[in-house]
Design a protein around this ligand. Structure first.
Ligand code: MN
Ligand code: MN
Length: 466
């Protein structure tokens, strides 16, 4: 017996293909067009607060209305629940009974950055600075000597809130963290990368001009405070009740001669939040009840009342169940969830930390990650083969280009997502998202075709039969 190896290989062996191999020019152009809306969303939404605002703006334009716990809901209705301006739950009520379950896509809208401390302002060496405390997993050396902007809120004693957004408009000033010149960096250069720039050196340069041209102590600090008072009506004490975030000042830009990629701050996880959001907009007529969760605090462990661990999620499911006379336990048991978060794309510059056979490739489509965690899958959700089998069919039926993924080599590190906090509610959950180059860097890179396949995956999930 003589086998035809080529035929047999085609029939039996799995071959990962890129979106460019699988899709025609028209489909690629659709993907590039879709990416424009995403880039605009990135620029409008650099913090979770801004992401909530921008998402509500987009949702309201599509007929979504505010929901309060206890409100009645109607089939065909489109609602959003704003959790303290930092997390957002959108849902559309389908025509089938709620007990058939809810299709949930859960992404996060916070991103690694530097937060101002509560007593941030000081003066030293002819300059005024803000002290910061970093938020999420950053590589500190990446944040020095780069243009930065300031976003957030200051809540005054009288209860009024001042919104701050400086450094984004071309006419705005930017902010900066000083770095050491190479001429004097000899000792620093010998240090391990993680120790070269200590956290307490991530101080933001905010001024250098004294109040009256005099050299009195603290007159630069005082002048900085005078300007803040003139612009925002705040005093130094008001920083005590402020949330001010320092993020990269640059806008999302196309990357490459072919413009096939986008470089931007905070793809993790807006590159999943945006397609999940646009999928619930475009699939609101699905017979299933849909929910899109845009969570806060993922980068610090999903704790707090705006993180995915908050009981609010349970309360919302219970409210939806009781509004439709459904048993919430049955609703949860029949619900399905995509934990929408990014994955690390294979990077040939650092190939030694990736296991090539199981690492997502850029432009090879949306990534289904069965398990996350560190060491022996510690802290993983580890989705069931049955659920992944169902999703395979859903994606193949819809022609979605997807790939399996794992975050780097075994014992090289690891990471987690919100998946386990949703699965805990007895909900089938798996991680699905977009591969990213330089995750958590001030400027991360994604492929436009992966972004679009994520959108198409969320849409297929929103519509598929159980
Ligand atoms: Mn993430
Ligand atoms: Mn992250």
């Amino acid at each position: 017996m003589n086998y035809n190896a080529e035929e047999l290989a085609k029939q039996l062996l799995y071959r990962k293909e890129s979106v460019y191999q699988r899709k025609n020019t028209e489909a690629i152009e659709d993907a590039y067009a879709y990416a424009k809306g995403y880039a605009a969303y990135l620029d409008a939404a650099k913090t979770e607060r801004e992401a909530v605002k921008e998402s509500i703006r987009l949702a309201a334009a599509r007929g979504f209305v505010p929901y309060r716990l206890g409100d009645k809901v109607n089939a065909g209705g489109k609602y959003y629940y704003n959790n303290r301006g930092k997390a957002l739950y959108l849902f559309t009520v389908g025509s089938e009974p709620m007990e058939r379950g809810i299709r949930i896509s859960a992404a996060h809208i916070d991103a690694p950055r530097l937060d101002l401390k509560q007593c941030p302002l000081y003066e030293e060496g002819g300059m005024s600075f803000f002290k910061t405390h970093y938020y999420g997993g950053i590589r500190k050396y990446q944040w020095v000597a780069t243009p930065l902007s300031l976003h957030g809120v200051i809540v005054k004693k009288d209860g009024s809130t001042v919104e701050v957004n400086i450094g984004e408009d071309d006419s705005d000033p930017i902010f900066y963290i000083n770095d050491l010149l190479p001429h004097l960096g000899q000792e620093q250069s010998k240090k391990p990368l993680g120790e070269a720039v200590p956290g307490e050196k991530l101080n933001i340069l905010v001024g250098s001009r004294p109040l009256n041209g005099d050299d009195e102590k603290n007159s630069i600090k005082l002048n900085t405070m005078r300007l803040l008072h003139e612009k925002y009506g705040v005093t130094e004490e008001d920083f005590l009740s402020a949330e001010l975030c320092v993020v990269p000042a640059f806008k999302a830009r196309d990357v490459g001669f072919d413009r096939s990629m986008i470089g931007a701050y905070g793809h993790d996880d807006r590159v999943c939040a945006y397609p999940a959001l646009s999928a619930i907009f475009d699939c609101a007529d699905s017979k299933h009840t849909l929910m899109c969760v845009l969570a806060d605090k993922e980068e610090t462990g999903s704790d707090g009342n705006t993180g995915m661990k908050s009981e609010l999620f349970t309360d919302l499911i219970n409210a939806l169940a009781s509004a439709t006379n459904a048993d919430p336990a049955v609703v949860r048991a029949n619900s399905k969830c995509l934990s929408a978060d990014v994955s690390a794309a294979f990077d040939p510059n650092f190939s030694d930390v990736f296991e090539k056979r199981n690492t997502p490739l850029l432009s090879a489509g949306v990534v289904l990650t069965k398990f996350t965690g560190s060491r022996g899958k510690s802290g993983t959700n580890d989705a069931s083969a049955e659920y992944i089998g169902w999703l395979r069919r859903v994606m193949e039926d819809a022609g979605v280009v997807w790939q399996a993924g794992e975050l780097g080599k075994v014992d090289c590190g690891g990471g987690g997502t919100v998946a386990k906090f949703l699965a805990e509610h007895n909900i089938e959950t798996v991680d699905l998202g977009v591969p990213v180059i330089s995750m958590h860097a001030p400027c991360e890179v994604i492929s436009k075709v992966d972004l679009y396949e994520a959108y198409r995956a969320f849409c297929a999930f929103c519509r598929a039969d159980a």
